[in-house]
Design a protein. Structure first.
Length: 286
């Protein structure tokens, strides 16, 4: 593995052709720098990054929905009384959140589970590479693969917050609606960031324990989304009982705080499970 990494370093740092001039030299240096950043500082991290690429069909599915979101949000802000455009944009954003989480869970569990089933992970663990580097490589590869999708979700949430804050007049929203939706969208942004961090840890354990990759992905998705969805339903039923929007907004913020605490608890459980060592856990699961 270290030899493969060193060969790739040599192959990726070739000299520009003599006729390229200073501009060719700069382009070559830029490509080399970007390649080195993508590989990471460790060979295990570079190897994990090689197979974590976003599929073409995922992009093909995402961009029409994003375009629909932009059109509907613009339609709702163009003239007053077009609240249905805002609702459509909100539904499109929610659909993207759901699809992206499923994509992230499948991506986070696929490579590690396949390596365990094929024996490649055992071969990697007999090398002198520290276990911390292997775990770091797993996290880096998942982050790299879902970074565009995660960035898109954050932009959608920020766009909804901006629409409520700056375009409340066009949407005919009063202060009560503003308090509720701002808490919902801003809190959803925080929960999204926390979910993507937590699923990387959950995928690490599930990929080593499950017999099949769909089971691993299902276990991660169930732990990550099951209880928060139930808690949101309870929070919604409680919030609609209040007559003041500020109290309902507080209920949603309490739900956000509960989700953040729950995610940290899940991470703590995985870290505790890994205390005996990654090598020991892989041997137990084989």
């Amino acid at each position: 593995l270290p030899t493969l990494w060193r060969k790739s370093e040599v192959g990726g740092s070739g000299e520009p052709s003599p006729g390229a001039g200073k501009w060719g030299s700069r382009r070559s240096a830029g490509r080399e720098g970007r390649t080195r950043i993508e590989r990471g500082a460790e060979p295990a991290q570079w190897l994990a990054l090689q197979s974590q690429r976003e599929g073409f069909w995922i992009k093909l599915l995402r961009w029409p929905v994003v375009l629909f979101f932009v059109i509907m949000l613009g339609y709702s802000l163009a003239e007053r009384g077009h609240e249905e455009g805002f609702i459509s944009a909100f539904c499109a954003a929610y659909a993207l959140h759901l699809v992206t989480r499923i994509q992230a869970v499948l991506t986070a569990t696929r490579r590690l589970h396949d390596d365990r089933r094929s024996g490649a992970l055992e071969l990697l663990l007999v090398t002198p590479l520290p276990e911390a580097d292997l775990i770091k490589a797993h996290h880096a590869s998942v982050k790299q693969s879902i970074r565009p999708a995660r960035r898109m979700l954050l932009l959608l949430n920020l766009a909804l917050v901006a629409a409520i804050t700056l375009g409340g007049r066009q949407l005919d929203t009063d202060d009560e609606v503003f308090f509720i939706f701002s808490a919902f969208f801003a809190g959803g942004l925080l929960v999204t960031l926390s979910d993507f961090r937590t699923l990387r840890w959950l995928a690490l354990r599930a990929a080593l324990r499950a017999q099949t990759q769909p089971r691993a992905a299902g276990a991660v998705f169930g732990l990550l989304m099951g209880l928060p969805w139930v808690a949101f339903g309870v929070t919604f039923l409680v919030a609609i009982q209040f007559s003041h929007a500020e109290e309902a907004a507080v209920c949603f913020w309490l739900w956000v705080a509960g989700c953040l605490f729950y995610n940290r608890f899940l991470e703590w459980r995985v870290r505790r499970w890994l205390r005996p060592g990654l090598r020991k856990r892989v041997v137990e699961s084989s």
